[in-house]
Write a protein that binds this ligand. Structure first.
Ligand SMILES: O=P(O)(O)OC[C@H]1O[C@@H](O)[C@H](O)[C@@H]1O
Length: 307
């Protein structure tokens, strides 16, 4: 970090994300400070930022908010960021391990709000820098195109997931359930010299996909399906069924973002998934991999760039 010393930097967090905030504070050396929330009977929010005795915040602040179930959290970001500016913050960074509203990047039907094009610039209007993990960008190639902040940095969950997978399933065959997953699967496989392949997927609706396996003999193999996220779980469930039908010895799953509800996770296990592992980008019982070291590196990188 240059310019602003570490003592002039704090990590703001909300109480429901305290464990992840503690991990990031330990990895980054930032001073951990909670933002207090009060919800009024009519649903409005009041935030109280953790100012010092002089009623000020440090000149550099990092706000941790993972944007799973994002709607209330977007209002929190609006209130917290605008208040922080008035309390002395010069450099404000958002660390959103899961970045919501990136998936709708075009209007699929007339009249649809293109949420990526609205939420991305909204965040850029609040924060000097945005750090996230494996954002779901499809037709847009880079994060700065979606979030035009001064600094927009992507951290990949794939290397850390790969390290976990080789400990659990040495020699596993890594499979991506669709074309978009190829980037993460290749990155993870190359890190440990694992064999890898990617399925093809056609999506018909939120809960309807058709998957085709790659031309590969999976008989007797320990397969790990690797993807950026599990939401309804239909993608991974269908890929699992096909792999087991094709003779795979086992199918486990590793994802960056566990957006999956308990009933959907149960359905995945019914489909034949053995273990389901995730990073801690979204707090979930399946969290096996902490992103804090990689996020701390990115925070240091943007701090240097903003000076
Ligand atoms: O099939 P569900 O779990 O609902 O959705 C997650 C999948 O849909 C894609 O956008 C993601 O990249 C992932 O492959």
């Amino acid at each position: 970090m240059t310019g602003l010393p570490a003592a002039q930097a704090c990590l703001l967090y909300f109480d429901d994300e305290r464990p992840a905030a503690e991990r990031l504070a330990a990895a980054s050396g930032l001073d951990l400070r909670p933002v207090q929330r009060h919800r009024f009977p009519d649903g409005e929010l009041k935030l109280t930022l953790p100012v010092d005795g002089a009623g000020q915040l440090p000149a550099r602040a990092v706000l941790l908010r993972s944007l799973y179930q994002p709607n209330d959290k977007l209002v929190e970001l609006l209130l917290a960021a605008r208040a922080a500016r008035g309390l002395g913050v010069r450099h404000l960074t958002l660390v959103a391990p899961y970045l919501a509203y990136m998936r709708q990047d075009i209007a699929f039907h007339p009249g649809e709000a293109v949420s990526q094009r609205i939420v991305g610039p909204f965040l850029a209007s609040l924060f000097d820098a945005v750090v996230t993990v494996d954002p779901h960008l499809h037709r847009v190639a880079t994060l700065p195109e979606a979030v035009p902040a001064a600094q927009a940095v992507v951290v990949s969950g794939a290397p850390l997931l790969a390290d976990w997978i080789v400990q659990q399933r040495p020699g596993a065959l890594l499979v991506g359930p669709d074309g978009e997953s190829a980037q993460w699967v290749a990155q993870a496989a190359q890190r440990h010299g694992l064999q890898h392949a990617v399925c093809t997927k056609e999506r018909h609706g939120d809960r309807s996909v058709t998957i085709a396996l790659p031309p590969l003999d999976v008989r007797g193999r320990a397969v790990v399906l690797l993807d950026d996220m599990a939401s309804t779980g239909h993608t991974l469930a269908q890929a699992t069924r096909l792999l087991l039908q094709a003779g795979a010895a086992s199918v486990d799953v590793a994802v960056t973002h566990a957006l999956i509800a308990p009933d959907a996770l149960a359905a995945l296990h019914e489909a034949g998934v053995g273990c389901f592992w995730s990073t801690d980008c979204v707090a979930h019982a399946s969290n096996a991999v902490a992103m804090a070291p990689a996020l701390a590196e990115a925070v240091a990188q943007v701090a240097a760039a903003l000076e």
